[in-house]
Write a new protein. Structure first.
Length: 389
């Protein structure tokens, strides 16, 4: 799922967008009902805002309880069905409780969620988790979140925007944010907690075939633009999946080849997927090398710090790339008593170089001969009648 918080993000807006994108309302209601929460009604109302058709998720309540302890709210969410819905909902609520506990110096289990303990917040959080589950969403990618200006009134009085709880939750989520010209609260703690629980990613979305789009709106009316969250659903294209990776690079003109080889080996051990060096000519004609390291986003910090510490570079460039990796597997062959690993892809098999060197040295044969023998051993042999194995 791609989440575009055009004017911000709140739980009810995200729920409306998911319903607008095709999430079955009955399935959402059933998940909320399984919590045991009573005195609520959830409807989806079509709204046209600034010429754009959107959906507003409306929670009407007959129960006047607006504040519950975090433990009570989490216990309710834990009963949601099916289990993956409960897992996301409880993760979001625990994140809110932990954040509020740190901000106010209280035990997270005893924190009373005044603004977030009412029916609407519980329905929004469980409802979003249920809608995503019903839609079969397996990953969430989010565009930068626009942050408003000014202040917001809470039980504790006026607080700066973004509210402290929202800012803390967005930091925990590693969210990408941007300033905006909108006054007031644009991202709510509920919206931020849902992104954290859903492990949303903030890098460019992967390649996909788009299948549906929905727009969710809240109660706030803006004078010059639709107040909406847009969600887009898609499925991965057939064939090998493409993966978003980070490519780290730095120019080096004062290191030795031995050090570059050491850094490459350490980077691979640290989680890099690949690392290599290309020659370059820098200013004043100085010969240099460009170190390239390819890694997944979650390994970037460790790999970057390693490169800076080992090379003494003053900076590292980062670009986002897309990689399509073909399936592969590894087998082993016995080359006259010596183990040689062989990596197989759809079109070729390649023995591991280090294993070949060890075998060739021990057997006293050329490396090329060892490689050819290992390939023959790794390739299925036809039967004597010439038929495939």
């Amino acid at each position: 799922m791609l989440d575009h918080p055009f004017t911000g993000l709140a739980g009810d807006m995200l729920l409306g967008a998911l319903i607008g994108a095709g999430a079955p309302l009955d399935a959402v209601r059933a998940s909320v009902a399984a919590t045991g929460l009573t005195g609520w009604e959830l409807t989806a109302e079509p709204v046209v805002t600034h010429g754009l058709a959107a959906t507003r998720a409306v929670v009407r309540v007959s129960d006047t309880a607006t504040a519950r302890s975090a433990a009570e709210v989490i216990a309710l969410a834990a009963r949601a069905e099916p289990a993956p819905v409960a897992a996301v909902a409880t993760a979001a609520l625990r994140a809110i409780a932990e954040t509020e506990g740190r901000l106010h110096g209280e035990d997270p289990a005893r924190v009373h969620l005044h603004e977030l303990g009412g029916h609407d917040a519980v329905v929004d959080i469980v409802g979003v988790a249920a809608a995503l589950h019903a839609l079969g969403a397996t990953a969430v990618h989010c565009a930068p979140l626009p942050l408003g200006t000014g202040s917001v009134r809470t039980r504790h009085g006026l607080l700066p925007v973004p509210a402290p709880a929202t800012a803390a939750l967005l930091a925990r989520a590693g969210a990408t944010v941007a300033g905006s010209d909108l006054a007031g609260e644009t991202v709510t703690p509920t919206g931020a907690a849902l992104l954290l629980a859903l492990e949303a990613r903030y890098d460019p979305p992967p390649e996909m075939t788009l299948t549906a789009t929905g727009y969710g709106t809240g109660t706030r009316v803006l004078p010059d633009r639709p107040n909406v969250v847009a969600v887009t659903l898609g499925r991965e294209p057939d064939g090998p999946a493409a993966e978003t990776l980070h490519l780290l690079e730095t120019n080096l003109d004062d290191v030795t080849g031995e050090l570059l080889g050491h850094v490459i080996a350490r980077a691979l051990a640290q989680g890099a997927l690949d690392a290599w060096v290309t020659p370059a000519t820098m200013k004043k004609g100085r010969p240099a090398a460009v170190l390239h390291v390819l890694c997944r986003p979650e390994a970037e910090t460790a790999v970057r710090d390693l490169v800076l510490a080992e090379t003494g570079a003053l900076g590292v460039r980062r670009t986002t790339v897309r990689r399509t990796a073909l399936p592969r597997h590894t087998t082993e062959v016995d080359l006259d008593g010596h183990r040689v690993r062989v990596k197989h892809g759809p079109y070729a098999a390649k023995p591991e170089h280090d294993d070949l060197v060890a075998a060739a040295t021990a057997l006293g044969i050329p490396l090329r001969e060892a490689a050819e023998r290992a390939r023959r051993l790794a390739s299925p042999q036809p039967h004597q009648d010439g038929s495939p194995p």
